[in-house]
Design a binder for this molecule. Structure first.
Ligand SMILES: Cc1ncc(COP(=O)(O)O)c(C=O)c1O
Length: 404
């Protein structure tokens, strides 16, 4: 396992909250000092807008911003930086696919398939695009184990399927989807695969080439980086087909009073001032993650999940959502406790300095399909250790006794 106690020292928030047990990294991760330094460094030494000025400082800022794009491309295994569009996060990236790609290619009767464990950010844009284009949105339902078998996907994909949308890892179930196998099925009918990587990119080594997905969305703030920046990876051939759904400064070639032509490549989708400092500081986060090692982080989280799942299974009246095998999930577990509302549990835990999330986690259809109300989610990362989970379990027992 990782030396989490040492890793914690790199995260200043834990020094200002020494008693905190932070189990809400799926909502946002904490940030190491190197990321905070990178933000301060940019504003102290290199602050200027990008791709606008011809003075030296602007060229420095533009250079750093483009280097960040190349770094994100390398992290994801993309062929070129030109396949990476910076966005404000996963939500913006998924909206970009829906409006700039989906609304261009979909027609009446075409099918959009979405997994039932999609985050609302991955579902709602397609609801709109379906309404606008006349395409049909169909939901593929996960089983009691929180998984969708490949055969179920296979039987759901038809000749009418044009877009398939899936989370690489579910933010409620932790379920990891076999993207490569699904991509093969999707491509067989000439459809595209849109992957929401918000909960996977922070925890798994992602290589978009191996996965062969067409779009991959992620947020920096869930992977040690700043809030306000994320990225959409798109295969270059598809990027060229897409039409910007936001227009404005910084993305044009020529503008007259009544017409405009647009820049090529990712710039076309980055109207307005982008999150420059955040993109540059994200590099420090990616460097940090790779220095620790994605594989080591994965092993660490699997070990924590094994421990937590075993402990939770001993609690009477507690239901674990998603797969029971640690190896089949990322570092989070959501539970429902019979007769006790998840908000009450989270409130009790908060008073004991334990930060967990309660509610529907922006996945209402999933909770409905899994026949449960609000759930309590504990999510952990490289800076959490077994001790954090022991405190969580101890206090969870007390909370259940108190309310039960
Ligand atoms: C699976 C998943 N998709 C999308 C999002 C939205 O990410 P963001 O709020 O960074 O845009 C989240 C956030 O929790 C998520 O967990």
């Amino acid at each position: 396992m990782l030396e989490s106690a040492l890793i914690k020292l790199d995260f200043p928030l834990f020094s200002s909250h020494p008693d905190l047990v932070y189990l809400d990294s799926a909502a946002t991760s904490q940030k190491p000092q190197v990321v905070l330094n990178a933000l301060l460094d940019f504003y102290t030494h290199s602050n200027a807008n990008v791709h606008r000025g011809i003075y030296e400082l602007s060229e420095v800022a533009s250079g750093l911003y483009e280097q960040a794009r190349a770094r994100v491309a390398r992290f994801l295994g993309a062929t070129s930086a030109q396949e990476i569009v910076f966005t404000s996060g996963t939500t913006a990236a998924l909206n970009l696919v829906a409006y700039s790609y989906g609304s261009q290619v979909l027609h009446e009767g075409d099918e959009i398939l979405v997994a039932d464990f999609e985050h609302h950010s991955s579902l709602l844009p397609w609801q709109r695009v379906a309404a606008q284009t006349g395409a049909v949105l169909r939901m593929v339902t996960s089983d009691d184990n929180g998984q969708i078998a490949l055969d179920v996907w296979k039987n759901s994909i038809t000749a009418a399927t044009k877009v398939v949308v899936v989370a690489h890892a579910s933010n409620v179930l932790g379920t990891i989807t076999d993207i490569r196998s699904l991509a093969d099925l999707v491509h067989r009918v000439g459809a595209v695969l849109v992957v929401d990587g918000a909960q996977a990119a922070p925890h798994l080594a992602v290589d978009v080439h191996t996965l062969d997905c067409d779009f991959y969305a992620m947020s920096a703030h869930k992977m040690l980086g700043p809030m306000g920046v994320g990225a959409l990876y798109t295969k270059s051939a598809l990027l060229e087909k897409m039409v910007p759904y936001q227009v404005g400064g910084g993305m044009i070639e020529e503008v007259t009073a009544t017409t405009a032509t647009f820049a090529t490549g990712p710039a076309k989708f980055e109207a307005g001032t982008p999150p420059v400092a955040e993109a540059i500081a994200w590099v420090a986060a990616l460097d940090y993650l790779e220095a620790v090692g994605l594989e080591a982080i994965r092993q660490h989280e699997v070990a924590l999940s094994e421990f937590l799942l075993a402990e939770l299974q001993t609690i009477k009246g507690l239901r674990i959502l998603g797969p029971k095998q640690a190896s089949q999930r990322t570092g989070l577990v959501s539970v429902a406790v019979e007769g006790v509302h998840a908000h009450d549990l989270a409130d009790y835990l908060s008073r004991e300095q334990i930060a967990v999330r309660a509610g529907f986690h922006c996945a209402m259809p999933l909770h409905h399909n899994q026949h449960c109300g609000a759930t309590l989610r504990a999510s952990y990362y490289l800076y959490n250790d077994k001790q954090d989970l022991v405190r969580f379990i101890d206090q969870l027992h007390k909370a259940i006794n108190y309310y039960g």
